[in-house]
Design a protein. Structure first.
Length: 283
């Protein structure tokens, strides 16, 4: 596996394996699960501490043991990511109207400007320049929540509008989103993971792939695929090119993920069972 930021690896572990488990996880179990992915014990402890200080994780102690769970901020991020990964919005109908957002944030609050841009990009907005952003979806509720959370209600305006020219939608899409570049990323994903799918399908049937390998493969799969929600605005089909590879990529991802799911989950269950989750021994 290529070198990745430890924080990203922890997010992937929680997002795909631990998000729906009810209990905090002992640090020893996290060390064991992240070890096959290239993180040392010291690196795991350091990143868990940093993510707790940033508000992504919550920590608690039981005697000498430390346990970690997702903090509300981290859980919200991963649940939003899960929805975008497994339920892309290509099939949402489009009524031909656009949602426009304009902001004018003072220079002394430019850090809020950066945070707003990050949140808008995550929602799939495209930039028209000069503080004007656009989306084909009605995102009033999401934008209102963002503006309130950042305290910038007085600096943001939004409204719905229709295109004024027949050629407007393709022109706006080309201006605001790099669909050819995103499509190339999808095609690269397909070229690399289609052979993996075939190998896993045949290997699992022949019992030639063990549970730990399934865990690592599924981890690598989701760790790479989770980048697409940051790149793809998930435009409605009416605005996508005819050769769009996103849907084929999604089918490949879901098929391979389903193949690996049970043995990978069994591996996680085994690791959690091997390391006692009750008080009594040191962390």
């Amino acid at each position: 596996m290529a070198a990745r930021r430890p924080q990203d690896l922890v997010f992937t572990l929680y997002g795909d394996y631990l998000l729906h488990r009810p209990d905090p996880v002992w640090v020893g179990s996290l060390i064991a699960l992240l070890g096959p992915l290239g993180l040392s014990e010291g690196a795991v402890r350091t990143v868990l501490s940093r993510m707790t200080k940033k508000g992504w994780l919550s920590a608690e102690r039981d005697g000498m043991r430390s346990y970690y769970d997702l903090a509300p901020r981290g859980r919200r991020l991963l649940e939003e990511g899960e929805a975008r990964i497994y339920h892309p919005s290509w099939d949402q109908p489009w009524d031909g109207r656009w949602f426009l957002l304009a902001y004018s944030i003072p220079e002394e609050s430019r850090h809020l400007r950066h945070r707003l841009r990050d949140r808008l990009s995550w929602l799939g907005f495209g930039s028209l320049g000069n503080g004007l952003w656009i989306s084909p979806y009605d995102l009033e509720a999401e934008v209102s929540e963002i503006a309130e959370s950042l305290g910038i209600e007085d600096h943001v305006e939004w409204f719905r509008t229709e295109s004024g020219r027949p050629d407007e939608p393709p022109r706006l899409v080309a201006k605001c989103w790099d669909l050819p570049g995103i499509n190339a990323r999808y095609e690269d994903f397909i070229s690399r993971y289609a052979p993996v799918f075939e190998r896993c399908r045949d290997g699992l049937s022949a019992r030639a792939i063990d549970a730990e390998e399934c865990f690592v493969l599924r981890f690598e799969l989701i760790h790479e695929y989770r980048e697409f929600p940051f790149l793809d605005p998930y435009l409605p089909r009416a605005l996508l090119p005819h050769n769009w590879a996103g849907e084929c990529t999604a089918h490949l991802f879901n098929g391979l993920h389903d193949l690996l799911m049970d043995p990978a989950d069994q591996y996680v269950d085994t690791v959690l069972a091997e390391f006692p989750q009750t008080a009594g021994s040191a962390a």
